[in-house]
Design a protein around this ligand. Structure first.
Ligand code: SF4
Ligand code: SF4
Length: 416
């Protein structure tokens, strides 16, 4: 787990290096990353059970109209740099891999590309309409969108993607942008992309996902889904199933605070991800879930839950997590505090980046996303210092937003 001490140490080193190299105090993405320390690995159980060793996929479910029988616990390649981890996951039965051009500065797609050579037809590969620098804007010219997907194909060493998501959709305008849809249609005609998907963390999640299913344009939706999620999600899952739209769950660990929660003992920490996965896959409308995997021990730990149903102990553990972590976790699809902020701080996004930093082992990605947000908005969460925090009164989870955002700004800020 990254600590603020580590972070300050890194910034000090980076500052010294910048001075030596003559780099200004405001770094830009493409030049700054050599200064960033490697991502810390995600937290794992500190008490692995011997029974987990060598676990394999035990459940496969049909992914809607794609017809693919996907592994119920599948590979999320955010933060990935190591092809051997992907090879091991494939050997253990994972047959669905979710990557993106902007994961790990494109190293994720490269690692997946190395690992799938010779096995392509046994795998379902999903990527995103993104460039290595991030999500493509809805006004991106069609030719540029096609070029970005061709870049993915090159890094993945494949002729086609099974699925391409319009990623991080935050409005119906972006969901239905003619640019993305024309690019998809052309890529499909050329045999370069088979199916269209959408993923999103937006406060408009319900609106976006309902529209995506109703539009009949999307073959798959990928949605944050976890224990005690937002109320209308089960209806959306049911509707997707009735229309044969594949449903892939993400963010299933609800912030992944289990290794840091006071009140969770080592055995509960180890059991929590498995309980969470069993609960998610217990919904017959869910084809499978993707979870970030960057090291072999996660494959043992996570796949031990494949094909299993949650029991009473699992549900009790999930309830306990809910009680202990409820004031930590910012709900995808909420956004109730946003209108109360006089500075238009994207509270939900900043809290999500902090989560990437603290619990997902994606420190570089978190810093990059925050830096990009500052570029787009002209400020970060430094404006929270001294604010009377009207946002907190609007939060149904009683999250101490101001303190968390002030910390986030210290943790993620790359420029002085
Ligand atoms: S503390 Fe103030 S500035 Fe920060 S998000 Fe809340 S309302 Fe906005
Ligand atoms: S901080 Fe609270 S109100 Fe704001 S988006 Fe998150 S859960 Fe909702």
């Amino acid at each position: 787990m990254g600590s603020e001490t580590d972070r300050r140490g890194f910034l000090k080193r980076a500052g010294a290096l910048a001075g030596v190299a003559g780099v200004g105090s405001i770094f830009k993405y493409s030049t700054q990353w050599f200064l960033v320390s490697p991502d810390k690995p995600p937290t794992l159980s500190d008490k692995p059970d011997a029974a987990w060793k060598g676990a394999t996929v035990a459940g496969y479910n049909q992914l809607g109209r794609t017809g693919w029988k996907m592994s119920d616990i599948s590979f999320g390649a955010g933060g990935l740099r190591d092809a051997d981890v992907v090879r091991l996951a494939i050997d253990r039965g994972i047959n669905y891999i979710d990557t993106s051009p902007d994961y790990s500065d494109s190293e994720s797609e490269r690692a997946v590309g190395e690992a799938i050579t010779g096995k392509r037809d046994k795998l379902f590969i999903a990527s995103k309409f993104c460039s290595p620098d991030g999500h493509l804007d809805k006004d991106t010219p069609v030719a540029k969108i096609i070029e970005a997907v061709e870049g993915s194909l090159g890094r993945l060493k494949t002729d086609y993607l099974d699925l391409c998501h319009i990623h991080a959709v935050n409005s119906l305008d972006r969901l239905m942008a003619p640019t993305f849809h024309e690019a998809f249609d052309r890529l499909k005609e050329q045999g370069k992309v088979r199916f269209l998907g959408v993923s999103s963390h937006t406060p408009e999640l319900e609106t976006v996902m309902n529209h995506a299913v109703d539009s009949d344009r999307f073959d798959v939706i990928m949605v944050a889904y976890n224990f005690k999620n937002w109320p209308d999600l089960d209806n959306i899952i049911d509707k997707a199933k009735s229309k044969n739209v594949g449903f892939v769950a993400m963010k299933t660990l609800k912030g992944a605070y289990h290794t840091t929660l006071r009140g969770f003992d080592p055995s509960e920490r180890g059991s929590f991800p498995q309980a969470a996965f069993k609960w998610v896959n217990g919904n017959p409308g869910v084809a499978g879930l993707v979870v970030t995997i960057t090291q072999p021990a996660q494959i043992d730990e996570y796949l031990y839950a494949s094909g299993k149903a949650a029991d009473a102990d699992d549900l009790a553990l999930l309830e306990k997590y809910e009680q202990l972590a409820s004031s930590e976790y910012c709900r995808p699809g909420c956004g109730e505090c946003l209108d109360s902020c006089p500075h238009d701080v994207a509270v939900n996004d900043v809290l999500r980046y902090t989560m990437y930093y603290d619990t997902y082992g994606q420190q570089r990605e978190a810093i990059r996303l925050y830096d990009r947000m500052i570029d787009e908005q002209g400020h970060g969460a430094e404006v929270c210092v001294g604010c009377s925090a009207p946002c907190e009164g609007a939060c149904p989870q009683s999250i101490p937003i101001r303190n968390k955002l002030v910390r986030a700004d210290r943790l993620l800020r790359l420029r002085s």
